[in-house]
Design a binder for this molecule. Structure first.
Ligand code: AP5
Length: 192
């Protein structure tokens, strides 16, 4: 199973990815987590990415495509993966199609988690309180920027995957168990 989770910041991509990897024995590929790990480790990529992430902007396509290309080539991805936070631009989506096409792979589905902006702000503020502000981009001002970037650059990918016939939408305002159940129904139908 090879799945893309699309959705704005705070829509529940990470929450659902963690649940799905357990159920389907696949791996979670979160570019946000990979970039935060690079920042924490002080690698060249991390040093370049930190200020961009703190501003709520996108890290350059070539950087994230490079990270994902290396990761997808690893053995543990053979059984399938769930992409959380990638792709975020047309360029990333097209590069990824090429990448998996060369490996003879196809996407099972692109699941779009639909949550209105006003609900997202409440979730991000709650997470910031609960984690003691562990993420520098979890504040009202940077969230506004992240949402703007999402609507301008990532939301159009909904049409990109709809044109490929693999887009499925889920109401992400439901409780996490209900969201998970909807995604599972979609994936089981798509894989059948
Ligand atoms: P990234 O780490 O991908 O962050 P994001 O997309 O902004 O998403 P979040 O992690 O904030 O939210 P989520 O949708 O995973 O929701 P979650 O499950 O955590 O990216 C961070 C930055 O890295 C980017 O801004 C960019 O700079 C860079 N980057 C990453 N990928 C990149 C790429 N491909 N290209 C370029 N740059 C890239 O849930 C949020 C909260 O809500 C949690 O507290 C959770 O408990 C709660 N919650 C979840 N589901 C529900 C529910 N159903 N009901 C109520 N609460 C819920």
């Amino acid at each position: 199973m090879r799945v893309i989770l699309l959705g704005p910041p705070g829509s529940g991509k990470g929450t659902q990815a963690v649940r799905l990897v357990k159920k389907y024995d696949i791996v979670q590929l979160s570019t946000g987590d990979m970039l935060r790990a690079a920042v924490a480790a002080g690698t060249d990529v991390g040093l370049k990415a930190k200020a961009i992430m703190d501003r709520g902007e996108l890290v350059p396509d070539e950087v994230v495509v490079g990270i994902i290309a290396e990761r997808v080539a690893e053995k543990d991805c053979e059984n399938g993966f769930i992409l959380d936070g990638f792709p975020r631009t047309f360029n990333q989506a097209a590069s990824f199609d090429e990448l998996i096409g060369e490996r003879g792979m196809k996407l099972t589905a692109a699941v779009s988690l639909e949550v209105p902006d006003e609900v997202l702000l409440g979730r991000i503020e709650k997470r910031a309180r609960e984690t003691g502000g562990a993420r520098a981009d979890d504040n009202a001002e940077t969230l506004k920027k992240r949402l703007g970037v999402y609507h301008a650059q990532t939301e159009p990918l909904i049409g990109y995957y709809r044109d490929q016939g693999i887009l499925r939408a889920v109401d992400g305002t439901q409780d996490p168990d209900a969201v998970e159940s909807d995604i599972e129904k979609i994936l089981e139908a798509a894989a059948a």
